[in-house]
Write a protein that binds this ligand. Structure first.
Ligand code: ADP
Ligand code: MG
Length: 647
């Protein structure tokens, strides 16, 4: 029978080290955090061979007294925690007293330190867990940690290290997190003698974001500062046009420490829902501050994960704060012609224009919308109070409400069939009730004669081009609206709002419509019957792969019910399962809105155009369709003047 033996101390430490020290970046993290805890204002990091050969961290913090030097390397020795209760009030980066013991057991370390209030310092070595003598050291006040030959005595772990470039990459990422969380400190990183980062204390968070991720992102940041009770959320989120193919640029900090949290990443993505294409990720730097007792940071060896006392509260705070910040922003993409394309001779003066003219994507670049100082193009929802609709028109079985006389509808405004009454931010006004634009006297139209027969839109109206786009004059310039994308967004928001408020009106079919489907699709549809009912689509089984559709949302009555239903079925059978019911409903809403909206190619009459533009002013986000494509592009007056060389 095998005997039970107590493991020797050095083995225990090595096992513990395995949890904390995985690679050079982990050493850098622990040493820099110690420097921050010591109150350092400047931290110099020097690496050789990605840190595998040598890591040296020098700080100007409070230093360590000579007699405490051996203690720094003993496990569970810390100056930051005195009692178990303190564990729940942690405000320092470190508190376990494990890092130096771990590093000392798997590398050759020289610790040199001089307390701020003393003339001389001292040094001690620790090699593979063996402490050396305390000797005098005549360095500057602060602490210097020189770590060589990481894992020299744990060859298995050394084998797991990756290339120098990869290890350096991990360390840079670590320093990025630390530098973003501690904007008041100077960070300096050199690798093999070459400067990698020099980030002065004066560089605040946006400057640091610019340094690490580029000026474009820095220019596209929206600051955030909100909170709830004792929890504060500050940070920066980037304009949706700066999206990414992965979530790497989503940084979360809690009480000054980087952490990872899938759920909060999800909250951030949710806030951007409808502004990003599928598979694209938002950029955000979010910093939460809360009393230490509201969160347990002691659930992960390197404190990379935390446990909130009220996780759902933090989730909602992040989602709603980011979302409302995005709504405040004027998110109309601007079209600008890059300087190279507008240089004389760039277009049209070449021998073979067809091959030389840049593709539209390269000719135009999306520019960040101007923020804050720029007035919104159209009145926002809160500023417009749509007139109360007379109660008499609210009958459940009247004709459905839709932008009246959209192509498949009769040309006259329809009575509104919505019950119950929509919220104040939701207009249901048919065009007939809209204030008619002031007719512009013929002679006051500028240069009308010069332009010959070209139609000039009167103020407040738009010109439809290619039966797909609406071109509109605005105080800022010329706005081009994608009629389908805009209508899709409007329908999507109306549906979503009504479903959320339990006020979705459905039209019952007198005779349920049979829809034949492959058996497995029919089974899938029936599985989702409750979710579909929430969307106003009532389905039941007729047997033999036939589904009976007995109702549909009134709002979508521009298209035949079976077409809407078919698009929903398509979505159900081709998409991966949505992670939550909410996400599924949202995808289906977007699908239905897309199906029911006017299309490119649909000719709109002036009434319909006016109506669409009217609804645009009430949309929560009129700038993007539910799939994240822009609904409008602005050609600024300045850009037009520039292109025509007026300025
Ligand atoms: P912890 O940070 O969890 O306390 P460490 O093993 O990282 O544990 O460090 C042990 C102790 O050594 C710290 O509590 C601190 O008192 C001291 N120490 C480590 N690094 C520094 C430093 N750069 N400056 C001042 N004191 C330090
Ligand atoms: Mg520490």
């Amino acid at each position: 029978m095998p005997r039970i033996l107590q493991l020797p101390h050095h083995v225990v430490t090595k096992i513990a080290a395995g949890e904390v020290i995985e690679r050079p970046a982990s050493v850098v993290k622990e040493l820099v955090e110690n420097a921050i805890d010591a109150g350092a204002t400047r931290i110099d990091i020097e690496l050789e061979q990605g840190g595998i050969e040598r890591i040296c961290v020098v700080d100007d913090g409070c230093g360590i007294a000579a007699e405490d030097l051996p203690l720094a390397f003993s496990s569970h020795a810390t100056s930051k925690l005195a009692s178990a209760d303190d564990l729940f009030r942690i405000s320092t980066m470190g508190f376990r007293g494990e890092a130096l013991a771990s590093i000392g057991s798997v590398a050759r370390v020289l610790l040199q330190s001089c307390p701020l209030d003393q003339a001389h310092g001292a040094e001690i070595s620790c090699e593979g867990g063996t402490l050396g003598e305390i000797r005098p050291w005549n360095g500057a006040p602060g602490t210097r940690m020189d770590v060589r030959h990481l894992f020299f005595n744990v060859p298995v772990r050394k084998k797991f290290l990756k290339s120098i470039a990869t290890e350096l990459g991990h360390t840079c990422e670590m320093i990025t997190r630390l530098a973003l969380a501690h904007p008041g400190r100077h960070f300096h990183l050199r690798h093999n003698g070459k400067l990698v980062y020099d980030i002065p204390a004066t560089a605040g968070v946006p400057e640091r974001i610019g340094l690490f991720f580029g000026g474009d992102i820095r220019e596209a940041l929206y600051p955030l500062d909100t909170g709830h009770a004792d929890i504060r959320l500050v940070g920066y989120i980037a304009d949706p046009r700066c999206d990414r193919g992965n979530a790497k640029l989503q940084y979360l900090f809690l009480n000054g420490r980087w952490f990872r949290d899938r759920s909060l990443g999800h909250a951030l993505q949710e806030a951007y829902r409808g502004l990003l294409m599928t598979g694209r990720y938002a950029i955000g730097f979010l910093d939460l501050t809360m009393p230490p007792e509201l969160v347990d940071v002691n659930v992960h060896p390197t404190k990379a994960e935390v446990r909130f006392r009220d996780a759902s509260l933090v989730y909602s705070l992040v989602r709603s704060s980011v979302k409302s910040r995005l709504l405040q922003a004027n998110l109309i993409p601007r079209l600008e012609v890059p300087a190279s394309a507008s240089a004389p001779g760039a277009i049209g003066e070449t021998a073979s224009p067809r091959s030389e003219v840049p593709e539209p994507q390269t000719l135009f670049t999306m520019q960040a919308p101007r923020r804050e100082s720029t007035p919104s193009l159209l009145p926002s929802a809160v500023m417009i109070q749509p007139p109360e609709r007379p109660a008499a028109s609210r009958s459940q079985y009247e004709l459905p409400q839709a932008p009246p006389s959209m192509p498949t509808q009769p040309a006259h405004p329809q009575p509104v069939a919505e019950t119950p009454v929509p919220g104040p931010s939701e207009p249901v006004m048919p065009p007939a009730d809209l204030p008619t634009p002031e007719p512009v006297p013929e002679d006051s139209r500028p240069d009308a004669a010069d332009l010959g027969e070209l139609p000039i839109p009167t103020p407040g109206t738009a010109l439809q081009v290619h039966d797909a786009y609406l071109v509109l004059e605005t105080p800022e310039g010329m706005l081009v609206i994608d009629q389908h994308a805009l209508h899709e967004r409007i329908l999507y928001e109306q549906l979503r709002r009504r479903i959320r408020d339990g006020k979705l009106e459905v039209q019952r079919l007198l005779i349920p419509e049979p829809v034949e489907l492959p058996a497995e699709h029919a089974a899938l549809v029936l599985e989702f019957a409750p979710a579909l009912a929430d969307l106003g689509l009532e389905v039941s089984d007729f047997g033999g792969g036939t589904i009976l559709l007995s109702s549909y949302p009134t709002l979508l009555s521009r298209r035949p019910p079976h077409e809407i239903f078919a698009s929903v079925v398509d979505h159900l059978v081709t998409q991966d399962r949505a992670p939550t019911k909410e996400a599924l409903l949202d995808h289906l809403l977007a699908t239905m809105a897309c199906k029911a909206a006017v299309k490119a190619g649909d000719r709109l009459n002036p009434e319909e155009i006016a109506y669409l533009l009217h609804l645009r002013a009430f949309a929560e986000d009129s700038h993007h369709c539910p799939h994240g494509r822009p609904t409008s592009l602005l050609f600024s007056r300045q850009e037009l003047d520039r292109q025509f060389r007026r300025i």
